[in-house]
Design a protein around this ligand. Structure first.
Ligand code: SAM
Length: 194
């Protein structure tokens, strides 16, 4: 595990991203409700997924599912630019306020259906999906650049396999399974029905 990532993980106050009665439970290593039937991700999983992305300051990252903005902070800290999409306006606005308060100026926000990606800024060096996809989202793979890394939970609404997808220098796609996880559903055109 990268030491700078570990240090950042320890320094970032997760409770700052929670506005409800669950704030007091922010130290627990579990997903917690943030309203609108959505959750802030489990901290150890945020750390694991970020580590697998192997970020550097040249990376342009696409994130699907801004949620509270907690995972977005990790992406912004270790990448050049982050393009983050959230379908629930209220969550997107709250996350934006928090991330701006923390001083991040390299994040670009969109409210909408992230299952379609964000073609305008594609291709991306990294793509992270923090909601469960029914199948590997082809539309997002198409927006992954050469040498790119994508991480996405794929499976049923109750249990998913965490897929690590890479595009090699020849453009060939490789898919590995790196664990079992439980995320809320990714809704939308290439996700579960709204
Ligand atoms: N990583 C976030 C955090 O640390 O707070 C938590 C993300 S939460 C588990 C999943 C988020 O994905 C929810 O906020 C949900 O509204 C959003 N979502 C689901 N489907 C989406 C879609 N098609 N486009 C954009 N966001 C979506």
């Amino acid at each position: 595990m990268d030491q700078k990532l570990l240090d950042f993980f320890k320094s970032l106050d997760r409770s700052f991203f929670i506005d409800n009665e669950f704030k007091n439970y922010a130290h627990l290593d579990r997903a917690l409700p943030i309203g609108y039937e959505q959750t802030i991700s489990q901290p150890s999983l945020v750390l694991k997924m970020t580590n697998f992305l192997n970020l550097n300051k040249n990376c342009r990252v696409l994130e699907i599912g801004t949620g509270s903005g907690y995972q977005t902070a990790f992406l912004a800290e270790f990448s050049e630019k982050v393009y983050t999409i959230e379908r629930i306006k209220e969550l997107a606005e709250s996350a934006r306020k928090k991330l701006e308060h923390l001083g991040y100026e390299n994040i670009f926000y969109q409210v909408g259906d992230g299952s379609e990606g964000w073609t305008e800024h594609a291709p991306y060096d990294r793509i992270i999906v923090t909601a469960a996809a029914e199948r590997i989202p082809e539309e997002l793979i198409n927006q992954l650049g050469t040498g790119g890394i994508m991480i996405v939970p794929v499976g049923s609404p109750s249990l998913q396999q965490l897929k690590l997808i890479t595009r090699d220098q020849e453009g060939k796609i490789h898919i590995d399974t790196i664990g079992k996880v439980v995320f809320v559903e990714m809704k939308g055109k290439y996700g579960w029905t709204e």
